[in-house]
Design a protein around this ligand. Structure first.
Ligand SMILES: Nc1ncnc2c1ncn2[C@@H]1O[C@H](COP(=O)(O)OP(=O)(O)OP(=O)(O)O)[C@@H](O)[C@H]1O
Ligand SMILES: [Mg+2]
Length: 298
């Protein structure tokens, strides 16, 4: 039978990007870029967000692509964010129909790929988030429809922080972040406990400390405990530019997240207890129940 350590290692590798998925993501980026090039003056585009940092979970959904516009388009900057989002949406809807949906900071383009009951997509990306962006010094400015203003962001700073945290945690940090994001997406919760899931990564910059202790189950138990303790706190943008990441939830939603994180901590404690009493099979089942179908039983 699989040991708990083996199961977590297998789980971790299942949540890692592989070559086929990267090839599909690049092909989708090119497809959308080639199309948008006919509609807007685009300087460059690149895959970013958690995808580019290796903190995206599976199945691959909402992969962020920044489309950096040329200076000739900067009339948009003096208009409300909804204007550029509507223009991008209308352009993409011509090609993708109802599969293009306007969101707060991006247009989601769904490719009609569905995940099977094991959350596999045959190495294909389900959807991308098309983010219109402008250069602003070393940063970017992007539209935020709910705030009704342009906000600044710097994906390079977010990436550097993730790399540093990963190295300080014996290169296990990104794996743990992907796992908790996978838990967050488990449909058993109904709505996601933590929103946006980027908040999990931002909290992990502070909540995974003291170094890797050597066992996945203990780290996970402690991580859930600290997330539960600190989910009511204010969490600013780690780059110090955009609105607080914790602004994505109101008080009710935060206390719901706290209860679910605490429940996850209790489930983790029980799973650890099963192992202590020699019930390895029950422990595997408990972790799978907690995370979902990508956690292996064998
Ligand atoms: N409030 C914010 N201020 C500044 N930058 C932000 C803010 N929220 C998100 N970002 C940046 O935009 C990127 C994309 O945002 P998104 O919400 O898709 O997060 P993500 O890290 O890609 O997580 P997910 O795995 O859920 O897609 C983030 O990775 C981060 O670099
Ligand atoms: Mg994203």
């Amino acid at each position: 039978m699989l040991t708990i350590d083996e199961a977590f290692r297998k789980f971790k590798s299942r949540l890692e990007l592989n070559d086929k998925e990267q090839a599909n993501a690049s092909a989708r980026q090119k497809e959308v870029r080639d199309y948008l090039d006919c509609k807007f003056e685009i300087d460059r585009s690149f895959l970013t967000g958690s995808y580019a940092r290796w903190t995206k979970t599976k199945p691959l959904k909402d992969v962020d692509i920044f489309f950096v516009l040329k200076g000739s388009e900067d009339d948009y900057l003096s208009k409300a964010p909804s204007v550029i989002l509507t223009d991008f949406h209308d352009a993409l809807a011509e090609k993708y129909g109802n599969n293009a949906r306007k969101q707060n900071r991006s247009i989601n383009v769904d490719f009609g790929v569905t995940a099977d009951s094991d959350d596999n997509t045959d190495y294909r990306v389900i959807s991308v988030d098309v983010v219109p962006a402008f250069d602003k010094g070393d940063n970017f400015t992007i539209p935020d429809n709910e705030l009704g203003k342009w906000i600044e962001t710097n994906p390079t700073i977010h990436a550097e922080k993730a790399v540093n945290a990963h190295q300080a945690f014996s290169n296990e940090w990104k794996g743990l972040v992907r796992m908790v994001k996978y838990w967050n997406n488990n449909p058993k919760h109904g709505e996601k406990p933590v929103k946006p899931s980027f908040l999990i990564e931002v909290m992990a910059l502070e909540c995974l400390y003291g170094g890797w202790g050597g066992s996945f189950d203990r780290e996970m138990q402690g991580f859930f405990a600290t997330l539960g303790d600190r989910i009511l706190d204010e969490w600013p943008d780690p780059a110090g530019l955009g609105p607080a990441i914790s602004d994505g939830m109101d008080q009710n939603r935060k206390s719901r997240a706290r209860s679910l994180l605490q429940a996850a901590e209790r489930e983790a404690t029980m799973a650890i207890d099963h192992v202590r009493h020699g019930r390895n099979g029950d422990a595997l089942k408990a972790w799978r129940e907690l995370f979902g179908p990508m956690f292996p039983l064998s």
